[in-house]
Design a protein around this ligand. Structure first.
Ligand code: NAP
Ligand code: ZN
Ligand code: ZN
Length: 350
């Protein structure tokens, strides 16, 4: 089995450092990919620091993968050497449960995550992610990425893009919908771009006054500094859908009040500790809902990539060599990211 250079964390308290992994030889259904770019998701930080309590080490994160096909198995049609492809958060699922049959592999209880899942192919102790030079993936979990998109800017679509696209579609956002977004980081800035491309009137809630101008450039029609409670109160009863991307526990109640009757706040941010309690009356008196959403299925991820190609949408990225990854994590924890770090994987060889 080929060895591949990678970066891994060996424990919750050690920084990411060079590490060597093995990838399986491609089987008949496999696509072997040379990774050119990998986005840095806040989930990678939650895992590396074991904030959700189920990390297995060594941990090689990375699930916003873009690269070129180097080899395909003899049962693979639709991909050939040289094609630009992507891999997101999933590399396998059971394929037989009701969720898989509904093309919602992301909700399959037996899905295989791109990293930190048991490795069914036994090429390692568990799956290793995209902070590495190559990956071998079953053809059904490989996505086509348009040559018209910048590959670094396209990488974050594989998680930040689909995680925000999926609830926008599920809640039927269209021209004239009023959509709010909480938190202007990787997910938040994709939510703004996608919602505004769908024709929505977008309100951005940010704790960072320095990001207000950017929010407008990204497509927000209104910007509310969420630390200013009067400004949040003024936005009461205005929104059909609110996508909350914040990675830390915070008071949800002021945001619930920004929803109109029948509006929904969809939580995609996944803090390690619970949010403070939600008040019930503001939900009951306006038939409002609080929901959650997890990435998206493979079919919807391809639909999102095609939508982005049609609308020339990519992430705003700061490209880094992998040697700067620990610095990038420290900056993300200070909300100092505009708006996604993406690793140039050529740096791993250099
Ligand atoms: P990110 O790039 O670090 O952005 C998070 C943003 O949240 C920050 O830029 C900041 O925006 C805001 N924020 C951070 N701390 C805050 C605090 N204490 N109070 C208020 N606002 C705060 O993170 P990301 O990659 O977008 O990921 C966000 C969350 O989504 C993470 O928890 C991640 O694990 C989760 N996630 C979930 C899914 C899913 O399928 N549901 C998929 C991917 C990621 P402002 O400066 O604008 O306030
Ligand atoms: Zn992610
Ligand atoms: Zn399944």
């Amino acid at each position: 089995m080929p060895t591949t250079p990678a970066f891994a964390a060996q424990s919750a308290s050690t920084p990411l450092a060079p590490f060597s992994i093995t990838r399986r030889d491609p089987g008949p259904r496999d696509v072997q990919i040379e990774i050119t770019h990998c986005g840095v998701c806040h989930t990678d930080i939650h895992f590396v620091k074991n904030e959700w309590g189920f990390t297995v080490y060594p941990c090689v994160p990375g699930h916003e993968i873009v690269g070129r096909v180097t080899k395909v198995g003899n049962q693979v049609q639709g991909f050939k050497a040289g094609d630009r492809v992507g891999v997101g958060c999933l590399v396998d699922s059971c394929r037989t449960c009701p969720d898989c049959k509904d093309n919602l592999e992301n909700y399959c209880v037996n899905m295989t995550m791109t990293y930190n899942s048991p490795d069914k192919f036994n090429s390692g102790p568990h799956t290793f992610g995209g902070y590495s030079s190559s990956i071998t993936v079953d053809k059904d979990f490989v996505l086509r990425v348009s040559e018209t998109l910048d590959p670094a800017g396209a990488a974050p679509l594989l998680c930040a893009g689909i995680t925000t696209y999926s609830p926008l579609r599920y809640f039927e956002v269209r021209k004239g919908s009023r959509v709010g977004v909480v938190g202007l980081g990787g997910l938040g800035h994709m939510a703004v771009k996608l919602a505004s491309a769908m024709g929505a009137e977008v309100t951005m809630f940010t704790t960072s006054p320095g990001k207000a101008e950017d929010a407008r450039r990204l497509g927000a029609h209104h910007v509310v500094i969420s630390k200013d409670s009067d400004a949040v109160t003024k936005a009461a009863n205005t929104l059909d859908l609110l996508i909350n991307t914040v990675a830390a526990p915070h008071d949800l109640n002021p945001f619930i009040n920004t929803l109109r009757r029948d509006g929904t706040m969809c939580l995609v941010g996944a803090p390690d500790k619970p949010h403070p309690p939600i008040e019930v009356f503001p939900l009951i008196f306006r038939r409002r809902a609080v929901s959650g959403s997890l990435i998206g299925g493979l079919r919807e991820t391809q639909e999102m990539l095609d939508f982005c190609a049609d609308h020339a949408i990519t992430a705003d990225v700061e490209v880094i060599p992998i040697q700067k990854i620990n610095e990038a994590y420290a900056r993300m924890l200070k909300s100092d990211v505009k708006y996604r770090f993406v690793i140039d994987m050529a740096s791993l060889k250099g």
